[in-house]
Write a protein that binds this ligand. Structure first.
Ligand code: SF4
Length: 259
């Protein structure tokens, strides 16, 4: 006998599918699933055998790393191995529409690592981070302000694939992807991290305050000194951020003995 499902349950099921089906799940999603379906609806699913919804959902923990299946040549340099893993990754919805995965670039032994939020259109098309208008501004800050070549620093983002219409990465996308960034930071092992914008600050430091408040102090990530400042795209929209950004960059330079 096929058990019946109420229209409300069916609607909830379709909504649930729309929301979660494109993902590979991790534990956090499992919590969301549990909290997003009422016990009554979950019961009707169970009875219908549609989906094994239960209060403790058993799902495999999938990280961006685990989505890689083929073996990677162990003799490759560590960053290259991570780059290959990211290139094969489809752990979140952003994989579907990317032209290129944008891993990051720069000096693998850099003292300074800049971290933005995610690729935009120019970056998606080129496969390189910070090459659009905001990227050109960042290059100016590095080369004209800090007086070092861009190739001397390392530049990466919280997510490696372009969020549609240049929106901010969603928390679940950032959570899926951040493992790659953490590996990059570990391998490059810079003396200073400069986080560009609130998305980077929130996802790496867990800080959600306004940038004006957050930049009053410095932070630490895994023993690395962290400075936060406005994203160059905010600077493009509002010239008033020019002075605080330069102040933040100078703080990092002073810490490194560059001035
Ligand atoms: S954004 Fe990150 S986690 Fe999502 S598909 Fe791209 S590489 Fe994978």
């Amino acid at each position: 006998m096929i058990p019946s499902i109420s229209p409300e349950s069916l609607e909830a099921w379709l909504l649930w599918q729309q929301k979660f089906q494109p993902f590979t799940f991790n534990e956090k999603f499992a919590e969301e699933i549990n909290s997003s379906i009422s016990e009554e609806i979950a019961k009707s699913f169970r009875e219908a055998g549609v989906i094994p919804v239960q209060k403790t959902v058993s799902v495999s923990v999938t990280t961006a790393e685990k989505s890689v299946e083929e073996p990677i040549d162990d003799s490759l340099p560590p960053l290259e191995k991570v780059r290959i893993k990211a290139g094969r990754c489809s752990a979140c919805r952003l994989a579907a529409k990317r032209t290129n995965m944008v891993f990051g670039e720069g000096n693998e032994n850099a003292d300074i690592m800049f971290i933005g939020e995610g690729p935009g259109e120019d970056e998606d098309l080129s496969g390189r981070p910070f090459v659009g208008k905001a990227g050109q501004l960042l290059t100016k800050i590095i080369e004209n302000g800090m007086k070092i070549p861009r190739s001397q620093v390392y530049i990466a983002n919280i997510v490696k694939c372009r969020p549609p219409a240049n929106r901010d990465p969603m928390p679940d996308e950032a959570q899926c992807c951040i493992g790659f960034l953490k590996e990059q930071i570990k391998i490059v092992n810079p003396k200073v991290l400069i986080l560009l914008g609130k998305v980077a600050m929130k996802n790496l430091l867990g800080i959600e305050s306004s940038m004006s408040k957050a930049r009053e102090t410095t932070y630490e990530y895994e023993g690395i000194k962290v400075f936060v400042t406005y994203h160059p795209s905010a600077l493009l929209r509002n010239e008033a951020y020019k002075r605080p950004v330069w102040e933040d960059i100078k703080k990092a330079m002073k810490y490194l003995g560059m001035m």
